[in-house]
Design a protein around this ligand. Structure first.
Ligand code: C5P
Length: 241
């Protein structure tokens, strides 16, 4: 059965194996998945994935956010599928063929999540990138359009903000997985860093998030394990309340 801590994905956004291992030791019992992203993967390669798998029960989310021609994405995904990770990511901003190629390469061995609109992106950014006013005024519309492409291509789910997740679940159903970064607990002051479309852990889960990605509020806390535990308590209250 899924417990409150299983909702938490902790990103190992650190530049060395040693720093990653220290956080894994500290947080293994308090999170559901560790996310290996670009910063760590370019230094360690797949070794860190194997290390996490051998060191405890937390799963691995290999977040490499692919965005390339379909053949390249498909072949890269074949390699990811061999690593035994739970989820991986591909951007949704390209053509449907790229997403279909990702799903084909994954061959059911890893859940492919489409990254809709990064939570660091605001309406202003969307306008500056040349998108029409409709999307700049309401980023949820762009998220929904990209979610539709991901859904049609056979992706397992998407990455979106906690602000959009209820609309995504309503349109595509409960089984279409929604992973939400941009999470800021109230005790963290909902800090204004590079995240633009933020929600609290409780809001995200109440809105229907299957997993929340939460890094700096845990990593920068005086006691990261206690911070993760506090977030799990907040999630437990949200799912039981
Ligand atoms: O909680 P914090 O802001 O530190 O989380 C940062 C992490 O969230 C990074 O690993 C980044 O890759 C991830 N992220 C994501 N998708 C987004 C935005 C951020 O996976 N749309």
């Amino acid at each position: 059965m899924k417990t409150a801590k299983d909702y938490i994905i902790f990103p190992l956004d650190v530049p060395s194996v040693d720093a990653a291992k220290a956080l894994i030791h500290l947080l293994s019992a308090h999170v559901g998945l560790f996310k290996v992203g670009l910063e760590l993967f370019v230094r360690t390669g797949p070794d860190i994935v194997r290390w996490i798998q051998e060191s405890g029960s937390a799963g691995v989310f290999l977040d490499l956010k692919f965005h390339d021609i379909p053949a390249t994405v498909s072949c890269a995904m074949v390699g990811v599928a061999e690593l035994g990770v739970r989820f991986t990511t591909v951007h949704c901003a390209e053509n449907p063929a790229m997403l279909q190629a990702a799903v084909e390469g994954a061959n059911g061995k890893v859940g492919v999540l489409g990254v809709t609109v990064l939570t660091s992106v605001s309406g202003q950014d969307i306008a500056a990138a040349g998108f029409c006013q409709e999307y700049a005024e309401n980023p949820t519309r762009l998220v929904m359009k990209r979610a539709e492409t991901a859904h049609a291509a056979g992706c397992t789910g998407i990455v979106c903000s906690g602000q959009e997740v209820s609309a995504v679940k309503e349109r595509f159903g409960r089984d279409f997985i929604a992973v939400t970064p941009g999470i800021r607990p109230l005790w963290d002051g909902v800090s204004a860093d590079d995240q633009a479309r933020v929600t609290t852990p409780a809001q995200a889960v109440k809105n229907g998030s299957d997993y929340i990605v939460i890094g700096r509020p845990i990593r920068n806390a005086k006691d990261p394990a206690a911070a993760a535990k506090q977030i799990a308590d907040e999630i437990a209250a949200a799912i039981n309340g």
